[in-house]
Design a protein around this ligand. Structure first.
Ligand code: IPE
Ligand code: IPE
Ligand code: MG
Length: 249
């Protein structure tokens, strides 16, 4: 049985490299509680969470994961105090400044899920720079959910679709659940095989509602700032034991 106390090499040896999940989605949750436990302001938790983003992006790309979707800021997160929202935006910019060159060197292509027109100018500028700089990369696709909501994404998709219908690019009769996917932020990508949610919550919180129809869940009480490469490996080992039936037998 794989467990977290095993050395990383031992865990790695239990992963079947021929059967990796192509697409992993992560709801990065628990930063606030991590900080609270240490009597620190919530933004310290977000800061530490950013360190885990760096580690997990690198681990996933090294393992050979083709698509990684990270939920960083939801359409509902604007409800938080201004100070926290500002702090999160600053941490996002800090992440890009620190990591953009490395992401590019590692051939990672960064894409955004969500409406970034609502982001403050200083953050949007950095995000745009990241998308442009990595646009030709052919390695792992890193989808970052920023001002992302699953319901908003479906509406975004419907608007795109209506536009194409109007332009005569698609007939309404030809629409199906497969080609509708191409109107979403994850156009051209397979649906997530594995969804990871740390922090003990048992809900989707409006993440990738359309794409997650047949995704396997891996839930854990660990808080995101405590989430390590080993947890990622454990989730993959567990995933590989699942019997995915997709409604069949
Ligand atoms: C996740 O951690 C980060 C974001 C939602 C931006 P939280 O900030 O939600 O942490 P908890 O859930 O309060 O512990
Ligand atoms: C989900 O976490 C959003 C992100 C991780 C960005 P939340 O902390 O916002 O979710 P709820 O409020 O617990 O559902
Ligand atoms: Mg939370």
């Amino acid at each position: 049985m794989a467990d977290i106390s095993q050395p990383i090499e031992k865990l790695k040896s239990q992963i079947d490299m021929e059967n990796l999940p192509k697409h992993i989605a992560i709801i990065m949750d628990g930063n606030g509680r991590w900080a609270k436990k240490r009597f620190l302001p919530r933004n310290f938790g977000h800061q530490e969470g950013m360190e885990r983003v760096i580690e997990i992006v690198s681990a996933a790309s090294t393992l050979g994961i083709k698509y990684l979707s990270l939920y960083a800021f939801s359409t509902e997160n604007w409800k938080r105090p201004m100070e926290e929202v500002q702090g999160l935006m600053k941490i996002l910019v800090q992440y890009i400044m620190r990591e953009l060159d490395k992401l590019h060197e590692n051939n990672v292509k960064v894409q955004i899920m969500g409406d970034i027109s609502k982001l403050p100018e200083f953050a949007r500028k950095e995000v745009m720079k990241t998308i442009e700089k990595t646009s030709q990369n052919t390695g792992m696709i890193l989808n970052i959910g920023l001002n992302y909501g699953g319901r908003d994404e479906i509406i975004f998709g419907i608007k795109n679709l209506l536009n194409d219908i109007e332009m005569g690019k698609i007939n309404i009769e030809d629409l199906n659940s497969k080609n509708f996917s191409d109107y979403l932020y994850t156009k051209g990508q397979p649906d997530p095989d594995l969804l990871i949610r740390p922090s003990g919550e048992l809900r989707l919180s409006n993440f990738m509602l359309y794409q997650i129809a047949y995704t396997e869940f891996w839930l854990s009480d660990v808080l995101w700032p405590d989430f390590t490469e080993k947890h990622l490996m454990l989730s993959i080992i567990d995933y590989q034991k699942r019997n995915r039936r997709f409604g069949g037998i």
